[in-house]
Design a protein around this ligand. Structure first.
Ligand SMILES: [Zn+2]
Length: 306
């Protein structure tokens, strides 16, 4: 009996199942899909599945937009794509340098990985550090995640992928380089992390004023569906208006705080309008934003003084 018990333990160890992201592609048009990432912070429970990933099936190949936080996530994205088409996944685009958008790259062994030169450099420089941090937060779902570097830079406005043309906008605000892709064929706009649809905005590498400017321009693109980096895809302009309002609120609160000599905690204690507070993940992201932006602005203000 004891032997059987140990055998069962050994067998259980050998066949320990890998983390299941339970991915389901959401159909946007005949050839376009996205996987919705949870509106949560990185955890062992969600395996780091916190950002959206999209893919376009073209007549000759598949283009994947962003690859999630881990090798395993990327692998499971591939498994889901294979259920829809047997065309080769030839292209992967990393919209910007945040780890929830590129750490699945190494699952895409045969694909050309594309991003801007700045994003490529950030991935190369900080990729391993991001992995270390996420291994602490997510643990085993991060197994086998390695940095897979970009091998082609995006520079052109219109790029043909085996004859399937996509329009590229090189914007900024969320990071220094945010790639936005418009598919004229389907009128789907992939806006990357420039929009968080009713999810509190992440601002660790942001320029708030530039971000507002960018959104004011990008909202004029004539899309039928817009796929954000976080939150659900949408058809109207409401998320643009809401995000501009959220960013403006961040700006105003910081300016008020600095002008009136408030410290970070006093700013965080101030009343927040209900529509802003209703964004998912508001408490954690707002605190993160205020701490980070307050320190940045204070150091700029000090530099001006001396
Ligand atoms: Zn981001």
């Amino acid at each position: 009996m004891k032997k059987l018990f140990y055998l069962l333990i050994v067998l259980n160890f050998c066949f320990a199942s890998e983390f299941d992201y339970k991915l389901k592609p959401i159909k946007l048009s005949d050839n376009s899909y996205y996987f919705y990432g949870k509106e949560e912070y990185f955890s062992n429970k969600n395996g780091g599945n916190i950002a959206n990933t999209a893919f376009i099936v073209t007549p000759k190949s598949v283009i994947v937009l962003d690859t999630g936080s881990s090798y395993l996530y990327g692998k499971q994205v591939i498994e889901q794509i294979k259920k829809i088409t047997n065309k080769p996944i030839k292209y992967v685009i990393n919209t910007h340098h945040h780890p929830d958008h590129f750490l699945g790259n190494n699952a895409f062994k045969d694909a050309t990985i594309l991003s801007t030169e700045f994003t490529a450099e950030e991935i190369k420089t900080n990729g391993d550090l991001y992995i270390q941090n996420l291994v602490n937060l997510i643990q085993e779902p991060m197994n086998n995640t390695k940095v897979k570097n970009v091998n082609k830079f995006l520079t052109k406005k219109i790029i043909s992928f085996d004859g399937y043309k996509l329009h590229f906008y090189y914007l900024n605000g969320h990071t220094q380089d945010d790639v936005v892709i418009f598919d004229e064929n389907t009128k789907i706009l992939y806006i990357s992390d420039l929009i968080f649809n009713h999810r509190a905005l992440a601002t660790p590498h942001s320029n708030i004023n530039k971000w507002i400017e960018t959104l004011k321009k990008a909202q004029n693109i004539d899309y039928k569906i817009c796929v954000p980096g976080h939150g659900v895809a949408f058809k109207d302009k409401k998320p643009f208006i809401e995000n501009i309002k959220y960013l403006q609120f961040l700006n105003d609160r910081l300016e008020y705080g600095l002008k009136n000599g408030l410290d970070i905690y006093e700013i965080l204690e101030m009343e927040v309008p209900a529509d802003i507070k209703s964004f998912s993940m508001f408490d954690e992201e707002f605190e993160r934003s205020i701490i980070n932006l307050y320190n940045k602005r204070e150091s700029i203000a000090n530099k001006k003084l001396y």
